[in-house]
Design a protein around this ligand. Structure first.
Ligand SMILES: NC(=O)c1ccc[n+]([C@@H]2O[C@H](COP(=O)([O-])OP(=O)(O)OC[C@H]3O[C@@H](n4cnc5c(N)ncnc54)[C@H](OP(=O)(O)O)[C@@H]3O)[C@@H](O)[C@H]2O)c1
Length: 266
């Protein structure tokens, strides 16, 4: 069964591809065998990417205020596709438009799953602003003492692989967290302990966080992102689920184990 992995070069998709028997990576710039041109901004790429495909790992268009129309158009062309697994987010509530409208589109497919992961542990490594804070010694958020069930993207990929290949379709939403809820200060303390280099967390107001984020992204989007920090401050992400173990048979990786592994690779 051929699976089109949209975002197959990205954080979760690149970890998912090796777990699938027959994956095709959808990318804007295909350069090697097993990759096909796919661009949310170029609907003419949809049919070619869907050719011979029975299932799709769907990462929505990045930075689009209302991705529902283009995702709906894509799915309407996916006539050979039986199963779609959507990467959504624990922080995105259902809504009539915007990211929150996507689960309803996917649930209309014959077989489906909606993944709702909490915040990625990978935000502490790589290009993310939190990772820049780790490198500089100060992580700045508006999350206060709020805790988050940080999740390793490898565990999200493992759940996605099962949702895409299990003979019985999951046809459900999976709320996915790591094994413990940590504040950013807790995470910084773990990093300090593992690296021997001081990393602290500084919490600022939502307004200040909006201004900081707006240096890099449009103001409207900055307010949305800072609002998610405020939600964390209010406890919205202070929860732990057993989804990874329930679906894959093994427990989710801890933040300490994740970061230790990251250090051993870098
Ligand atoms: N970070 C978090 O803490 C967090 C938490 C919960 C949910 N999420 C959700 O995770 C999603 C991101 O997933 P990810 O981290 O696995 O991906 P990612 O690392 O952000 O990678 C995004 C991928 O999208 C592809 N891409 C970019 N623009 C594209 C376009 N116009 N058409 C087609 N593909 C395009 C890129 O591929 P090419 O460059 O090869 O084209 C890239 O592989 C977001 O929807 C976010 O809401 C994130």
């Amino acid at each position: 069964m051929t699976t089109l992995v949209i975002g197959g070069t990205g954080t979760t998709g690149s970890l998912l591809v090796p777990l699938l028997p027959d994956a095709v990576v959808g990318t804007r710039k295909p350069v090697r065998p097993g990759q096909v041109r796919f661009d949310w901004d170029v609907p003419a790429t949809f049919d070619g990417a869907l050719d011979g495909v029975q299932s799709v790992y769907l990462i929505p268009p990045v930075g689009v205020v209302d991705p529902a129309p283009v995702v709906e158009s894509f799915l309407s062309r996916a006539r050979s596709v039986r199963r779609v697994v959507l990467l959504s987010s624990s922080a995105v509530p259902e809504s009539a438009t915007g990211m929150g409208a996507l689960p309803a589109l996917v649930r209309a497919m014959p077989e489906w799953a909606v993944l709702r992961p909490s915040w990625f542990m990978q935000n502490f490594t790589g290009d993310h602003p939190v990772a820049a804070g780790v490198r500089s010694g100060e992580i700045v958020t508006a999350t206060g003492d709020g805790r988050v069930g940080f999740i390793d993207a490898a565990d999200i990929a493992a759940v996605a692989a099962r949702a895409l290949t299990d003979p019985v379709p999951h046809n459900t939403d999976h709320l996915i967290t790591g094994p413990e809820a940590l504040s950013y200060a807790d995470a910084a303390a773990i990093i300090t302990d593992l690296t021997g280099r001081a990393v602290r967390h500084r919490s600022v107001s939502t307004a200040e966080m909006t201004d900081r984020i707006a240096l890099a992204v449009p103001a409207e989007f900055a307010a949305l992102l800072a609002g998610l920090d405020e939600d964390i401050r209010g406890g919205a992400e202070d929860r732990v689920t057993t989804t990874v173990e329930d679906v894959t048979g093994r427990p989710a990786r801890s933040f300490r184990a994740f970061f230790q592994d990251h250090l051993s690779r870098s």
